[in-house]
Structure formats: C-alpha cells, structure tokens
Design a protein around this ligand. Sequence first.
Ligand code: NAD
Length: 420
Amino acid sequence: MTEELNPFKIAQAQLDEAASIMKLDKQAHSILREPMQTVTVNFPVRMRDGSTNTYTGFRILYNNARGPGKGGIRFHPQESVDTVKALSAWMTWKCALADIPFGGAKGGVVVDTKKLSEQELEGLSRQYIRSIEKFVGPFTDVPAPDVYTNPQVMAWMADEYSKMHGRDEFGMITGKPLELWGSQGRFDSTAVGGMYVLREAAKLKKLNLRNAKVAIQGFGNAGNFAFDLVTKMFKAKVVAISDSQGGVYSEKGLDYKKLEEAKQHGSVMYYKDARRITNDELLELDVDVLIPAAIENQITKRNADKINTKVLLELANGPVTPEADRILHERGVLDLPDFLVNSGGVIVSYFEWAQNISGYYWTKEEVYKKLDTIITRSFSDVLAAQKAYKGLGRKVNLRMAAYIIALRRVAGAMKVRGWY
Ligand code: NAD
C-alpha cells in the first residue's frame, strides 16, 4: 500500500489520532476536522506588456475560537488548496501550543514569482490583498510571509490595505520591514526558537552540544540561520548541509562563509573540500542532531528505520509522515515536532502585532528573551503532557503530546464560546 502524502489527509490523521488518545468530545472533533472558512479568489494583474493575467489565490481560516486567524501567505507555482488547508490546521495547533491569542489560517497564490518583474510582483501582492480584504484585518485574520513572500511583499500589502481603509493598519499583517514597524528579531526568529528547543532537548538527553555533529537539510531562510546559530550558540559542528540540488559532507565540519560563497554559484554543492552527498544520504547520516529545514514528507516509512540521530529537530513543516512518526517513536529517536520547534516565527509575529496595536516598541534583546520564555514553557508543557500519559500507562510521542495540549485549548475556547 502506498503511503498517504496528501498534507491535509496527514493533518487530519494526526488530529484523529490525538482526538482518540485524549477522548476529545465528538462535536469538537467534528468542528476541528475541516477549516471554518475557505476563500478562493481569481484576480487580474496588469503585466509589463500591457496585457492582463488572471491568478488564483486562497485564504483559509481554519479556526478562530482563540482569536484572529494567523498564518503566512505563500506564492508557489504548485500551490494547492489541500496544502493551504493543512498548513492552516498546523497554524491553529501551533498558536494554541504557544498559548498566544490567535487561531490558525494560511494563504497562497498559484504563481511562479521567478517569472515576474518587481513591478508585476508588487501588482500581484496588492491585487491579492484587495481580493481578500473582507477576510483579513488586525482583529480578523493576520497574514505573514512564507514561501516566496518576504517583508517587502508584506509592506505592499499593508500599504494597500491601509489605503482601502483610509488609515494606517499596520497590525493587519506581520513580517513587515523595520521601516514599517516590523519587529526587531523577526527575521531569524524561527531558527532562534528552534535553537532554544534544541538547548532544552540536549539537557533532557544529557547531550553535550559542543562539537556535536549536526546535519541540516535545506539552506534557505530556516536552514541558513540554523547553521549560523547552532555553531555560534553551542559551538556544534555542522558536518552536512543540502539544498534542492544535493548536499555536501565533511567530517571536520563545514564553514559558513565558504557555504555562502558556494551558494552564490547556485548551490551548496559547489562547496570545495567536502564530499558530495544526496539528500537521502544526508538524512541517514550518523549524527547527534538532524535538522530537516526544507520541505514536507522527507522522512517516510521508506527511510525512518535508517535515521541515525539522537535528536530530530523538525524546523520544516511536516517533514515526518505519520507512519515514519510511529517507526521513529518505536526506535526511541527524540523527534521534536514541527509545531513546537518552528513556532518562533509566529511567536515573534505575535510580538509584532502586539507592538503595532499598542504603538510601543521593544528592543531585540527583549524580543529574544520573551521568545525564550514562551518556547521553553511550550517545551516543558509538552514533556509534562507526555509524562502525564505515561503515568496513565499510555506511551505517546511528543507530537501527540503537543497535539493534546493544543486541542484541549482550542476545544476549551470553543466550549466556553458555546460552539458545542
Ligand atoms: P526557503 O524557500 O527559504 O528554503 C528552502 C530550502 O530547502 C532551500 O535551500 C531549498 O533549496 C531547499 N529544498 C527545496 N527542495 C528540496 C529538496 N527536495 N531536498 C532538499 N532541499 C530542498 O524556505 P524556508 O523559509 O527556509 O522554509 C523551510 C521550511 O521551514 C518550510 O517547511 C517552512 O514551512 C518551514 N518554516 C519556515 C519558517 C520561516 O520563518 N522561514 C517558519 C516556520 C516554518
């Protein structure tokens, strides 16, 4: 039988498993199996030759029982409604686990941005936000950057929305440039949060991170900062890294500057003095810490029994399939789930929103300190939930423990609101 790789089916399977373990109320479970609102828009964009192209976009509000929707906007040629649905579900659990006052949402446009000029990209960003204007806002649903969108795109969207409303509405979107009241510390917050989780996991495993061997899949926003931080914060040694074309391995450790140079030539594979490896080989290396930081469905039932790491830090969204999850758990790999590990981005997005609506701004040090407090608390909440189930004679992995906490919070909010 082939393994299920549809991201929304995976998200639903994870939810069903957690609901069954925690005996979630059937009515709450039924509400939480589908998004509350799925908006599809088709909108025209004027191209440089004067013609008009029509693009399709989505904005999905998965659940807003605990507060306005929160979640990024992706511009991707293979964007699909099921991917956006899955990501909006994961955002709901991520915000609930971090205990920040948001529900979950996600957006996307089917577009290959590499084919657009800067002006066309601006036109597309403005037209998309005009199309979904009724469904977003500082107290409705707050977007942010994601795959192939960035602070500049957020600035255009904030500007367009503010013009439509006749007043500045900077709190309607996060991940903005500092010039437009983005937050200090936002740009590397996902990786920084991941490092705080790694620090706590190392304490738990009694793993000395100094000179620990680390392999990272992906050298984009998340992977790049993870490389820099794991070496700077812990003096760990990154022995392998990859991108979509392949990877490199060096027993003595890779150098960040040399990697950046290699990347200028198109891929980390152009790194000199290192052995070339495939992405599959990278995942199976004998290391202390493995950090998937690229795309989903990388660790499946096909390779889960070959994963050879003490700690698996899921910086990417959905890198491990449910079947692989079970295998890793049985093998005793400490697999730290995505919606705990990569929650730093949305936590600092929450800080940005809080600063925007209050008009009072924090230093970078304050941001990192508050991020550390929240994500470390989430980590201990997850461990405590796992321990509580163990006490009841039930072995649950960390992902299920995290789900149970998140579901309890979302279901609790729905209950007091009278939704079931
Ligand atoms: P990115 O587009 O900047 O980088 C992705 C990296 O993955 C690139 O190096 C790319 O070459 C590589 N890649 C693509 N396909 C690959 C393949 N088949 N095998 C190996 N490598 C491949 O994206 P990002 O922002 O770094 O995000 C990476 C992951 O982290 C995603 O799952 C994303 O959802 C998740 N994430 C990112 C953030 C963030 O703040 N950037 C926040 C939360 C979650």
